[in-house]
Design a protein around this ligand. Structure first.
Ligand code: GLC
Length: 755
């Protein structure tokens, strides 16, 4: 697929303004007389308490599957919760108890409340519902946004079969610091790749018809710049320039909104001292007035009340007043809107128009989803029984898992293995089913997932030893000895090591992004036996690989691949499917390099290994390059890039220039190569990144064949956010690469001419 799209990574054909998606009835820009009569009629009859209720979502804490994903806050017994529904004090539920339970609660809202406004049922369906797909970071490694659209579509089919109409996804935060555990939930360090996956996932979740019973309302989150928390510490402050906000962190959100997302979630963090949830510049001036967003904003879990802890609000009343006035329309879990809004309006501290505007937005989205016409859409227990465990969903899970695996190293082409090869299968994940799904999988059934051993055995592997050798974070008595003995009996060792799924995701920042010590000791002992070692890495982030792990003959990044993890790894190990993934995050030499990203500015003393490196941007004790760079990934073949050239030495201001290269499969197997286009602006009024991804194509090339790859470049691809916060291009010299990664290729130079 040609991933050349406009600046925000989305084709212009998709409605640019959400007003189009919602219809003029509820677009912010719609004048009063165009407003939806039905919604205005409801508003005119609602009490202030009922209005505040529509702006309130709480967790249905009888949903046992969600234990441990949120802190305890404002927990309500089911009877209290249903009483609040009857009183019109709740407009939406974080649910997940299935279609029948949701149907019963909806029936209360539609028959026992005064206004009979349908509830909205939501949950965190991040990478699958019952069928679990790779963690989003792993799926981003496929470099196939269309694959992500397909998996999001299946997630929506299953989630809406199970009584949900709204998901708090996709998470689109750009993350450049791998210490931050939530890097697992996004698409990595690059805004262009992130924008493509954000738009694809929104299209997948919402589908082509918002009113369909299989449409799941999408929520790009966490708005904004949550991935830029200082020191990779979750919930930490964000100090950031407008340019970096607009060039790096906003594009995936803009692409998601341009793809039609009708809700957004505000972030926990502050931005330069103003919490996102109370940030009027962010949520009103930028999101609505500049971008034309017509949906509604929901806070993150108690993030409105947390402005008191930020030191930005004195109490619940001020927190509610600041959040609602800034543009956070709906309050998640804290309950402060329904408690405070009536008093704030009565005391004159909050204009009723601000409340009505938020209620109008929420009701408009409920209307766009067709809930007023059919409140019970997606609440059908019969459909739930039919559509949750479909074989084609599992087949897609296996395909997505295979295509997300990244092969970092394959010394001596030890992979793929023959089935007769005697394997010692070693490591804490060999039979483990608690760490196949990854973070944020509330509804997957671990017992349904395929373990590594199961996958290898089903593939007909010759296992001469299956030994845990170590637990994930602790040593196992006798484990290393047993593992060494197994290695001695084998031709090769397959070593499944890495992070548990609890070591990434929310509130899982790590100071050292390494394989836990006991597993490293296991790897050293096993490697000392002298047999080739193939490392399979369970991980929710880029890791700093060390010692025997780093020096293994072969390394496959397996992320957390979901329900079909064992089968997918076996497919790749034995060559049924060649590895085709590429790194969406840079693997560093050392944890100390964080934050690290390929698209960094040059500095006045750029790191070089030529000449006298000491007076350059470097560390004394470690190279300041990636061990494995963004975009890197090997296949079971080899490729040669040649004849990189530009169609012209100059690009006219309003013209297009083509950059071409020939890519040849010089190996003996067909394989899929991700051919990447990078550009660099050599001189500009602001210093520019040494490279920026501007396009890629994943191409299957037969052995001995070669293909001509061409990317068109226009001025739009060369723009950046200038000193006045506007996107602009500047005439001058540029370099372009067509390459297999962010450090490969040969540059070709061209000049952007003056207007
Ligand atoms: C969490 C997360 C957010 C999630 C929400 C509801 O704290 O930050 O991503 O959607 O609460 O679970």
């Amino acid at each position: 697929m040609d991933a050349r799209l406009n600046r925000f990574g989305i084709s212009a054909a998709i409605p640019m303004s959400l007003g189009v998606a919602l219809g003029a009835a509820s677009s912010e820009t719609a004048s009063a007389q165009q407003r939806d009569e039905h919604i205005e009629s409801l508003l005119s009859r609602m009490t202030i308490e009922e209005k505040a209720g529509q702006l309130t979502i709480v967790a249905d804490t009888s949903r046992v599957m969600a234990e441990g994903i949120n802190p305890e806050a404002n927990r309500r017994k089911l009877e209290t919760l249903l009483a609040d529904v009857r009183a019109g004090r709740i407009g939406a539920l974080m649910s997940g108890n299935g279609a029948a339970a949701a149907r019963d609660t909806q029936r209360i809202a539609m028959s026992e409340t005064r206004m009979k406004i349908p509830l909205l049922f939501a949950a965190d369906v991040i990478h699958g519902y019952r069928t679990v797909f790779p963690i989003p970071l792993g799926e981003a490694a496929s470099f196939e946004p269309e694959l992500a659209e397909r998996t999001a579509r299946v997630a929506a089919i299953e989630a809406t079969a199970a009584g949900l109409q709204w998901t708090f996804a996709p998470m689109v935060d750009v993350a450049r610091d791998q210490r931050w555990g939530r890097v697992a939930e996004g698409a990595g360090e690059d805004p262009y790749l992130g924008a493509l996956f954000a738009a694809a996932r929104v299209r997948g979740f919402q589908g082509g018809d918002l009113r369909s019973e299989r449409s799941l309302l999408a929520t790009p989150k966490h708005f904004a710049a949550y991935g830029a928390v200082q020191a990779g510490m979750d919930y930490n402050s964000v100090e950031i320039s407008q340019q970096t906000l607009r060039e790096v962190h906003f594009p995936p959100f803009k692409a998601a909104f341009d793809a039609g997302a009708l809700s957004a979630m505000s972030a926990f963090n502050d931005i330069n001292g103003v919490p996102a949830t109370g940030n009027r510049w962010l949520l009103t001036q930028l999101l609505r007035e500049e971008w034309g967003f017509g949906g509604f904003v929901v806070s993150d879990y108690t993030s409105d009340r947390e402005m008191i802890l930020h030191g930005f609000a004195a109490d619940d009343a001020q927190a509610a007043q600041l959040a609602l006035s800034a543009g956070t329309d709906m309050s998640m879990q804290s309950g402060i809107y329904v408690e405070q809004i009536p008093r704030l309006v009565a005391s004159g501290r909050l204009p009723i128009e601000v409340v009505d505007q938020a209620v109008r937005r929420v009701l408009s989205v409920k209307k766009a989803l067709g809930l007023f016409d059919d409140p019970y859409r997606s609440l059908d227990p019969q459909r739930e029984a039919r559509e949750l465990d479909m074989p084609e969903h599992r087949a897609l899970a296996r395909e997505a898992a295979r295509r997300s695996i990244v092969m970092l190293r394959n010394e001596g082409n030890i992979l793929p293995l023959r089935k007769a090869t005697r394997i010692a299968l070693i490591g804490p994940f060999i039979d483990d089913r608690d760490n196949l799904h990854g973070a944020w999988t509330l509804f997957g059934r671990k017992q349904d997932a395929i373990t590594l051993r199961q996958g290898l055995e089903r593939a007909g592997a010759t296992l001469v030893g299956v030994v845990e050798g170590s637990s994930i974070e602790t040593a196992l008595a006798g484990g290393i000895e047993a593992a060494v003995a197994a290695a001695r009996r084998a031709d090769v060792v397959v070593l499944a090591i890495g992070e548990s799924e609890r070591m990434s995701g929310e509130a899982q920042s790590r100071a050292q992004i390494v394989v836990p010590q006991p597993q490293r000791e296991l790897a050293e002992a096993v490697a000392a036996v002298g047999k080739p070692v193939i490392v399979l890495l369970w991980t929710g982030r880029a890791l700093a690989l060390q010692g025997a792990v780093r020096n293994a003959e072969a390394i496959l990044v397996a992320w957390f691949l979901g329900s079909e993890m064992g089968n997918a790894i076996a497919d790749v190990l034995f060559g049924e499917h060649g590895p085709s993934g590429r790194l969406p995050v840079s693997f560093p030499q050392d944890s100390g390099q964080q934050p690290f990203h390929y698209n960094h500015r040059r500095t006045g003393r750029p790191y070089t290994q030529k000449g006298r490196p000491e007076f350059t941007a470097r560390y004394r004790e470690v190279s300041n390059e990636a061990l494995y760079p963004f975009g890197h990934g090997l296949t079971y073949s080899s490729f040669e890039y040649s004849a990189t050239r530009a169609s012209d030495a100059s690009l006219a201001w309003n013209g297009t220039l083509s950059v071409n290269a020939r890519v040849a499969n010089t190996g003996s197997r067909a394989a899929e190569e991700v051919v990447q286009l990078y550009v660099h602006d050599r001189v500009a009024s602001l210093t520019r990144p040494v490279r920026e991804l501007k396009g890629f194509r994943k191409l299957r090339i037969e052995p001995g064949q070669s293909v001509e790859v061409a990317f068109d470049i226009s001025r739009r691809d060369l723009e950046f956010v200038g000193p006045d916060m506007q996107w602009l291009a500047e005439p001058g010299e540029f370099d372009a690469w067509i390459a297999p990664s962010s450090t490969g290729g040969v540059p070709v130079r061209f000049t952007l001419e003056r207007e």
